[in-house]
Design a protein around this ligand. Sequence first.
Ligand code: SF4
Length: 256
Amino acid sequence: MRRNAQPTEFYEADNEFLDLVGLTPAIITWGHLSGRRVLLVEFAGCDLSCPGCDEDYTTGRRRVPTRTVVEAADSVSGGPPLRHRTDYASYYKIPWVVLTGGEPLRQNIVPLVRLLNDRGYMVLLETNGASRMPASLPPFVVVACSPKGSVHEDTKPHVRSLVYVAGEGELADDGLPRAVLDLPDPVGRPWPEFLGPVFLCPRRTGDPDQDRRNVRAVRASCGEHGWLYMPPEPYIRLDAADETVAVGGLHQSAGV
Ligand code: SF4
C-alpha cells in the first residue's frame, strides 16, 4: 500500500493567488447535491498529512489568480449564474463550486468565496476540521467536515455534514472508525449539538479484494447504525475532450 509522503504545510495568507493542483469539472455522487455537475477546486498542500491518505495534493501545483477560478466556474456552468432566482425549479439549477484538497483552510479562501457568492454560486467547502473557520467567511458556504482527529471548537458550528472514512476491522461499537487513515489519535465523534447527516465512506486501498471487504463493512455499519453510505468515489471526474477548462493562464484538461 502506498504511504503518504507529502509534507505537512501550514497556513499561507495570500489575497490574490491560490496554490492549486486542479480545476476539474465533475459530477458529485453523494449527499443532497448528488447528480450535480460542479467545479472541483483542488487545493495544494495539507496541514495533517495523514499516513494513509491516497490524495495527491502536490503534483502539478501552481499559483492561480483567484479570478481565474471564477472564470473556470463560469466555463463549467455555461456562464455566470443568474442571481436571486427563487422558484423551486431554478433552485436546483444554482451552480455549485466545491473547495477540496488537500486542505482548503490552509489558504486564504475568503476572497474566492466572496467572488463566487457575489456571482451567484453556492460553495461546498470540504475540510478536515483541524483549523479555525475564518470569521469573515461569506454566508453561502456549506461545510462538510471529514474529521481526522478533533474538530476545532470555532469550526464546529459551521459544519453541516460529517464524513468518516473506514475499512474492515477499523470500526468501533458505534459503527464509526476508532481512528482514520493510520493516524495515532482517536477520531472525534458527532458532538451533541450536531444535527446534520453523518456519512460513512469505504476506505480505498488499491487492493480490489480489500476494497470489497471495506465496502461490505461500511454498508453493514450503515445498516446497523443509521449512518449514510457514501460511495468510495464521491466525484466522477469528467475527462472527455469537450470538458476541457481553458481560462487565463491556466489550461487544464478535466480530470488531470
Ligand atoms: S486531511 Fe485529507 S487531504 Fe489531508 S492528508 Fe488527511 S486525508 Fe489527505
